[in-house]
Design a protein around this ligand. Structure first.
Ligand code: CP3
Length: 354
């Protein structure tokens, strides 16, 4: 496998090898939201930064919290510390994270709102985030040479959910109504996002990301025809652009709660690897995707909170289902803030024992 042309001496790392279709065993392991509030050292830096957007746009601090879980656990992947909502922020949409309320955005719901976005300025405004990517890559070279840097973005559909509804919550009625009622307007938002997302992912690869992930947390809200139109088609466009402009950098698609639509998503989008959510049966997924498409997932974050024998049984059953195929151990959704840090250490030991 050719190594990264920007780092010709770097040996190929386990995570990108798995993502490119090799059955590396024991499998590489990292956890979604591995940098976060369950770690006291994260809470300390978070308090110093003040607000969350400042943390994401201060390269020293963002690089530090990206590396914290690597120092503790030696994960195979270091995911850039940022947020999927930093792309709308970089396009000029008002964004704040209110205590106890999650993200709040100034909603985009009509042609005027769409016209006010400035996608052409997004990469310039995202410069501090791309600087974080460079610093983390350099930090890994010095501290954890086997750990690969993962860049990411939200999928066009999931980002549109927050942009249109203006807040989280999980129902996203405004977005789903708009997609049915005015597919022309919604389609223009999705097309704009697909292009900006591809540019943003390619920029992360150029800054040093060695794998990329597209978070589609709300894909499972859509009926099949809408799923094809608003999830599969734009993801295919993003994946095509990434393949052409960042060749050799694997892309992980994570269409959360897609259920049986995972098969079509895997066959048609052109992503190299598929994230499995907590509800997915790994054995079913192994039959639904191509044998050289890596699977990633999908331990229940609540089993990680529980720990002990329950955690061990769940983790082992996933490992047994995935043995012999390209696989990356992960959770089925982000780590919860009440997770005891020592349970994470126990999980990593268990996975590394194969
Ligand atoms: O460690 C990592 O995984 C990297 C960083 C990362 C964050 N968010 C940091 C974060 C990543 C990859 C994300 C992705 C993300 N953000 C998703 C997709 C994955 C998923 O969870 O479904 C979504 C939907 C978001 C949007 C978002 N960001 C929400 C809804 C919230 C509030 C929820 C909460 O727990 O408060 C955030 C905030 C956020 N993003 C935090 C972190 C660590 C917590 C904020 C804080 O520290 O105060």
């Amino acid at each position: 496998m050719p190594s990264d042309p920007r780092h010709p001496q770097a040996p190929d790392k386990p995570l990108p090898r798995s993502l490119r279709g090799e059955a590396v065993w024991p499998p590489p392991v990292w956890l979604m939201r591995q940098a976060g509030r369950y770690l006291p050292e994260y809470r300390a830096v978070r308090a110093r930064a003040g607000d969350f957007v400042t943390l994401c746009t201060t390269p020293d601090l963002a690089a530090e919290v990206t590396l914290q879980p690597i120092r503790r656990y030696g994960f195979d992947g270091a995911i850039l510390f940022s947020d999927i909502l930093m792309l709308p922020w970089a396009m000029g949409q008002g964004l704040r994270f209110a205590e106890g309320e999650g993200p709040l955005l100034d909603p985009v719901r009509d042609a005027a709102g769409l016209a006010a976005l400035r996608p052409q300025e997004a990469l310039a405004r995202a410069a501090p985030i791309l600087e974080t990517v460079r610093r983390v890559r350099a930090g890994l070279a010095a501290e954890a040479p086997g750990t690969a840097l993962i860049g990411f973005a939200g999928s066009p559909f999931t980002v549109a959910c927050y942009m249109v509804d203006g807040r989280g919550g999980g129902a996203f009625h405004e977005t789903r109504r708009l997609a049915h009622a005015d597919p022309d307007l919604f389609g223009r938002l999705i097309a704009l996002l697909a292009e900006a997302t591809a540019d943003y992912l390619v920029a992360q690869a150029e800054a040093g990301a060695e794998a990329l992930m597209l978070f589609d947390s709300w894909a499972g809200l859509l009926p099949p025809a809408q799923f094809r139109r608003w999830v599969i088609a734009p993801t295919e466009a993003v994946a095509r652009a990434v393949r052409r402009r960042a060749p050799g950098i694997p892309l992980i698609g994570f269409p959360r709660l897609a259920g049986p639509m995972l098969a079509e998503y895997a066959a048609r989008t052109g992503v190299q690897a598929l994230g499995m959510d907590t509800a997915m049966d790994p054995r079913w997924a192994a039959g639904a995707v191509a044998p050289d498409q890596a699977l990633q997932g999908n331990l229940d974050p609540l089993a990680l909170i529980a720990g002990g024998a329950a955690l061990e049984a769940e983790a082992r059953s996933i490992l047994e289902a995935m043995r012999g195929r390209p696989f990356v151990f992960n959770l089925g959704h982000g780590i919860e803030k009440t997770t005891p840090p020592e349970h994470v250490a126990a999980l990593v030991r268990l996975v590394r024992a194969g």
